[in-house]
Design a protein around this ligand. Structure first.
Ligand SMILES: NC(=O)c1ccc[n+]([C@@H]2O[C@H](COP(=O)([O-])OP(=O)(O)OC[C@H]3O[C@@H](n4cnc5c(N)ncnc54)[C@H](O)[C@@H]3O)[C@@H](O)[C@H]2O)c1
Length: 278
């Protein structure tokens, strides 16, 4: 029986991760956008991949639980990539929190109950998570609160008018903390779980953000970074392949920042890199 790779979120990064890591696996692709899901599955099947699709809404625990069970019915669940997410230009704060904060927590809880020994899970967070940190009490609550209680966290109760960008940064920092909290339960099953935090990546979401009100500041971040370029979906798929693979068996409960050096340049206040200024 072939091992199962689960991809939750069949957008730009989801399909790239499926192609980079899905050969020889049964690939279960999930997304809440039915058209996008079937287009992605057809492209992958045409390329020879063994792909099944299931609609999933990560903001519903029942939906995520059903898909986790469906994955386990297909075979040993060895690889799980959660890429589903909403960006600040795509959705208002409540939807961002339900999908990016609670949805990831549901995935970690539900797939943490079916992942096979030797398995590995990766959640796609964001460099926004690396640029935000919160008080110790809030961070500990984000690591440990049951998923269904996350929206009642005092930090959010005290900020009923939180804006989309702040909700996004909060949810992405929460993803990084959440894998710290989940590592023990995944470890008890002989599995690992980590986040990858992308910088600005050329996907449908990345392009929508670049076309929005934050576009200029994003272009300036890219220009001032050490690599000076936008990221590709392959950059992210390669990092996920490392975290899925045999060379990372001592890596769990942590984050891998894949941002072309944007956070480093923001933290150090560096302007255009020395390489490009000569
Ligand atoms: N593109 C970037 O520049 C960038 C940077 C940092 C982090 N990220 C994060 O990377 C992840 C992948 O983003 P992408 O760039 O591939 O974007 P994308 O828009 O191409 O893919 C995201 C997918 O998530 C799906 N989705 C949204 N809500 C869902 C729900 N409730 N249930 C199931 N599926 C849902 C969408 O239909 C879409 O297919 C996201 O979590 C995003 O926040 C993206």
């Amino acid at each position: 029986m072939a091992d199962v790779l689960v991809i939750i979120g069949a957008g730009g990064m989801g399909e790239a991760i499926a192609r980079r890591t899905g050969s020889g696996h049964r690939v279960l692709l999930g997304d809440f956008n039915e058209d996008l899901l079937s287009d992605s599955a057809r492209r992958m099947q045409d390329s020879g991949f063994d792909v099944e699709t299931r609609e999933v809404d990560v903001s519903s625990r029942n939906s995520v639980r059903d898909r986790a069970r469906a994955a386990a019915d297909l075979g040993p669940v060895k690889r799980v990539a959660h890429t589903a997410g909403l960006s600040p230009v795509q959705a208002p704060p409540p939807a961002i929190l339900r999908v990016n904060l609670v949805g990831v927590a549901y995935s970690l809880e539900e797939f943490g109950q079916v992942v096979a020994p030797g398995g590995s899970g990766v959640v796609i967070s964001s460099m926004g998570g690396a640029l935000n940190d919160f008080d110790g009490r809030t961070e500990q609550a984000l690591r440990t609160l049951p998923a269904d209680e996350l929206l009642s966290i005092p930090y959010l109760q005290e900020r009923p008018d939180i804006e989309s960008r702040a909700a996004y940064g909060f949810s992405k920092r929460a993803n990084q903390l959440r894998v710290q909290g989940a590592a023990g339960a995944w470890g008890a099953r002989g599995a690992r779980v980590n986040t990858v935090s992308p910088g600005i990546i050329s996907t449908p979401m990345g392009q929508q953000e670049l076309a929005g009100t934050s576009g200029d500041s994003m272009r300036s971040m890219i220009e001032n970074s050490a690599t000076g370029r936008i990221g590709t979906t392959n950059d992210i798929a390669d990092a996920v392949a490392f975290l899925f693979g045999p060379e990372s068996t001592f890596v769990t409960g942590t984050d891998l920042l894949v941002d072309g050096g944007v956070v480093a340049s923001i933290r150090t206040g560096t302007a255009v890199s020395a390489r490009r200024t000569g």
